[in-house]
Design a protein around this ligand. Structure first.
Ligand code: ZN
Length: 150
């Protein structure tokens, strides 16, 4: 397990250092702002839709390694997915990071997002890890009000 934990940390650090899909998207169909006051994480999310599919997605923002890596991995994970699949992935991700420590983490069907299993041990970080997802949900629902984890 310690090898796995080290691998997970490396993936998170890598995505923090060089976040994927990190850019402004001026012609986005949907944009949303997310804020986690507890940690100071802030991100802007841009989504381009093709019918009910996420054709392209990008983000910009400032925050801790967990929030940035989570946004980076999320954009990679949902790009090209249907809105339904993206919602379902969010459900699995939320279940993973909020699951009880006494249970085995369920990582089936979430691919690289499994690296956030370690967040379970740091409850204060759960909001950092889910911020990007809540922001995505707001963007897909076309909500105009900024997302806050508080
Ligand atoms: Zn944070």
């Amino acid at each position: 397990m310690s090898d796995l934990r080290e691998l997970y940390q490396q993936v998170i650090l890598d995505h923090n250092r060089s976040p994927r899909n990190y850019r402004c998207m001026c012609d986005a169909d949907r944009t949303s702002e997310g804020h986690n006051p507890l940690c100071g994480d802030h991100l802007s999310l841009y989504v381009k839709l093709d019918g009910s599919r996420i054709a392209d997605i990008a983000f910009q923002g400032e925050g801790c390694a967990i929030s940035k890596a989570s946004a980076s991995l999320m954009t990679d994970a949902v790009k090209g997915q249907t809105l339904e699949d993206a919602q379902s992935l969010f459900g699995k991700f939320r279940d993973l990071v909020t699951s009880d420590l006494s249970t085995e983490p369920v990582v089936d069907g979430i691919g690289k997002l499994a690296v956030f299993a370690g967040v379970r041990e740091f409850p204060v970080r759960i909001k950092c890890a889910t911020l990007a997802w809540h922001t995505l949900e707001a963007a897909l629902e076309n909500s105009k009000s900024p997302v806050t984890t508080e």
